[in-house]
Design a binder for this molecule. Structure first.
Ligand code: CMP
Length: 134
């Protein structure tokens, strides 16, 4: 079934000119870039976006990092888009990411892990609204 999901190319990947290489992986796997924009979010926006992690010890560092430079936000569309995007990204920690996944290829660390993807259809709707409500 066709779904939408939110994908972020995080500041560490934008800084290393990896936008094209990452988008190529999505397109080669039949995910359509429905919407895309490059933005630099502030700390307040980061705290809202990552509010589900507000009780975690890494919350402040996570919010500082995601607001440290421009990122690319995209709505990806396609069959099973939520799970497909997560499979293409690979495990959160690049040390555990399977060969060929985006995080295996490009991530630096568990913090600078190059991409974010919604973890469910419900959260995809919330995250897409947050980034693209205009
Ligand atoms: P992301 O998919 O954007 O969702 C939350 C982020 O928290 C995650 O990617 C990681 O980059 C970051 N993070 C930092 N430390 C940890 C940790 N110990 N466990 C899980 N996520 C972490």
């Amino acid at each position: 079934m066709s779904e939408q999901t939110l994908s972020l190319i995080k500041p560490d990947a934008v800084e290393r000119n990896l936008i094209g290489k990452i988008i190529q992986i999505f397109e080669e796997n039949n995910l359509i870039i429905e919407k895309m924009k490059k933005i630099h979010v502030d700390m307040d926006f980061a705290k809202t976006f990552y509010s589900v992690h507000s009780d975690k010890p890494f919350f402040n560092d996570l919010c500082s990092y995601i607001s440290s430079g421009p990122l690319v936000a995209m709505v990806l569309k396609g069959d099973n888009a939520v799970q497909k995007n997560r499979d293409l990204m690979g495990a959160t920690n690049p040390k555990d990411a399977k060969p060929g996944t985006i995080r295996n290829l490009y991530a630096i660390s568990i913090d600078k892990n190059s991409v974010h993807g919604s973890d469910s259809i419900e959260n995809a709707k919330i995250e897409i609204d947050l980034f693209f409500k205009d």
